[in-house]
Design a protein around this ligand. Structure first.
Ligand code: RIB
Ligand code: CA
Length: 321
């Protein structure tokens, strides 16, 4: 059983991933921590509370970062992708639940102390909260068993960026935070666009969830209309990348992915702001910004049908109650 914290800028695919982690029998969700990204921190925190309330999640919600620790690529929020409210502009009653008093960084630090085992962190919205936890408590990294990040892109399968030709949205939302985290001692796996853009769901996938996953399936169908409309405008197809759920799938079954292990740095200024670049270990260089000792596990290939099947079979549990 993995004791996990879900760190999110909860938008449409984040909500799917949160439900995936919630219904997965091998994951015990200890907390949901939020940050800006797909929407404002107010909206992402409200969205986390809404999913918690609608589906009876035990994990408390902790509000996190409202802005990057330094600079970000672009400004505002991608309402064209996730809707103004971050959940496809579906209508819902405001949740009655409230976020806890600790900040996300405080929760990451304190929960890792009391977990009784090294915690797993699923980070699907950028790494501002994780970097803040490292700054808050330098011993935090030693209590993290694994950090699985949906973010970045290294050019495998020809995927390099989605918010610029070379940058992925989560990393670009706080490049410096990502560079700090990837250079830290936290055992980190990067599930980037290289693989998440290979795992695409179509309308049949969504309808199957609507038919078999109870209220969760109905919620996913409703929120995804906006997401499918956006992707249809950019690729002419009625299919979307599953993105954040791939990070949960890696936690559940890493054998579904092919990986390499290399140091990773992030470009923190200029035209390539937010680009993730891995070292190659082929030789020594006169100067080498990657020679910092840290190494990340990077996903380069994925068994996409198996990830989609795992999602369907896990969410089917939602249809049983
Ligand atoms: O680039 C995809 C990522 O950006 C996903 O986490 C999606 O939710 C958005 O946050
Ligand atoms: Ca996200």
């Amino acid at each position: 059983m993995k004791s996990a914290i879900f760190d999110t800028d909860i938008g449409i695919d984040d909500a799917m991933a949160l439900l995936f982690a919630h219904y997965a029998e091998d994951i015990s969700l200890r907390a949901i921590t939020t940050k800006y990204g797909n929407a404002s921190i107010e909206d992402t925190t409200r969205n986390a509370l809404l999913v918690k309330e609608m589906f009876g999640l035990d994990a408390p919600v902790y509000r996190g970062a409202s802005e990057p620790i330094s600079i970000r690529l672009g400004e505002g929020y991608p309402s064209h992708v996730h809707g103004k409210n971050g959940l496809g502009d579906i209508q819902f009653d405001e949740p009655q639940l409230q976020a806890e008093t600790w900040t996300a960084a405080q929760a990451l630090v304190e929960i890792s102390k009391e977990a009784g085992q090294k915690i797993s962190i699923i980070a699907v919205g950028g790494l501002t909260n994780i970097a803040a936890a490292i700054a808050l408590d330098p011993t935090f990294s030693s209590r993290v068993g694994e950090l699985i990040v949906m973010g970045g892109a290294f050019g495998y399968n020809q995927h390099r960026g989605n918010v610029s030709p070379v940058a992925e949205a989560n990393i670009a939302s706080d490049p410096l935070a990502a560079d700090i985290v990837f250079s830290s001692s936290i055992p980190t796996t990067i599930v980037g666009l290289d693989v998440t853009q290979e795992v695409t769901m179509d309308s049949l996938f969504i309808q199957s969830l609507a038919d078999n996953a109870g209220q969760a399936g109905q919620f996913i169908k409703k929120t995804n209309k906006h997401y499918f409309d956006f992707y249809h405008t950019i690729n002419g197809k009625h299919e979307c990348p599953l993105h954040d759920s791939c990070a949960v799938a890696y936690l559940l079954n890493p054998d579904l992915f092919t990986t390499i292990h290399q140091p990773v740095r992030v470009v923190t200024e200029g035209i390539a702001l937010g680009q993730t670049i891995h070292g190659n270990g082929l030789r020594t260089y006169e100067t080498d910004a990657w020679d910092n000792g840290a190494r990340c596990t990077i996903c380069t290939q994925v068994n996409a049908p198996a990830v989609l099947a795992l999602y369907q079979s896990t969410l089917a549990l939602a249809g049983l109650n």
